[in-house]
Design a protein around this ligand. Structure first.
Ligand code: E4P
Length: 218
């Protein structure tokens, strides 16, 4: 399973990349706004740090505008994946950009039938948002289960399921059990994956016993 990080915070990305854990990065207009920086600069910097796909989202809502923005964004670096919303215009833009050899991430996917459309449009990634479905009382993970199952029936669909809007380690665990290709994790959730109270307690006990021996390994 590939791990992407969902942030436009360059210092966070640099430190996570140093741990060898990152296969890619996702951003969105809200995350770029939060960074307080110019989008083209932030995306270029992230693409230098992480060689894997870096999603940069268009903000135009019409086909022509999305194509213009998408072509500009992919020009920033070869590892840019242009992110388009799951709308009629977004899927037309996806088809056109994919035909030009650009990686495309179709975002804001909230139903399995939408994911079928993204697959047919030649998306590199489809991003179903699990947390936002949970927020409105629908089971986000059921959407992942459905998409993974449907895509498995059709090997001609090469689109990878990129689980987005992850809020906790259980979302990641369930996504991995279902065989989703990618999870994009907020930095805080990625760091939570390391943690288990029994690991901390066990280490403390081992070190206390070790100290009693008076030995040192080196
Ligand atoms: C993914 O590409 C999106 O940027 C992201 O996962 C959205 O997450 P949120 O619902 O926590 O904003």
């Amino acid at each position: 399973m590939k791990f992407f990080v969902d942030t436009a915070d360059v210092s966070e990305i640099r430190s996570l990349a140093g741990m060898g854990l990152l296969d890619g990065v996702t951003t969105n207009p809200s995350l770029i706004a939060k960074s307080g920086r110019r989008m083209s600069e932030v995306i270029a910097e992230i693409c230098d740090i992480v060689p894997g796909p870096v999603s940069a989202e268009v903000t135009a809502t019409d086909l022509e505008g999305m194509l213009k923005e998408g072509r500009y964004l992919r020009g920033i670096a070869p590892n840019v994946a242009v992110k388009v919303p799951l709308t009629e215009a977004g899927l037309s833009a996806c088809r056109a950009l994919a035909a030009e050899g650009t990686m495309v991430n179709v975002t804001l996917c909230f139903s399995a039938v939408q994911a079928i459309l993204a697959g047919k449009a030649g998306a590199t990634f489809v991003s179903p948002f699990v947390g936002r479905l949970d927020d409105i009382g629908q089971e986000g993970m059921q959407l992942i289960r459905d998409i993974v199952q449907i895509y498995r029936h059709y090997p001609s669909i090469r689109t990878e399921v990129l689980v987005a809007s992850i809020r906790n380690p259980v979302h990641l665990l369930e996504s991995a059990k279902l065989g989703a290709h990618v999870a994009t994790l907020p930095p805080a959730v990625l760091k939570q994956l390391f943690k288990h109270p029994l690991t901390d307690r066990g280490l403390e006990a081992f070190l206390a016993d070790w100290a009693k021996t008076g030995q040192s390994i080196l």
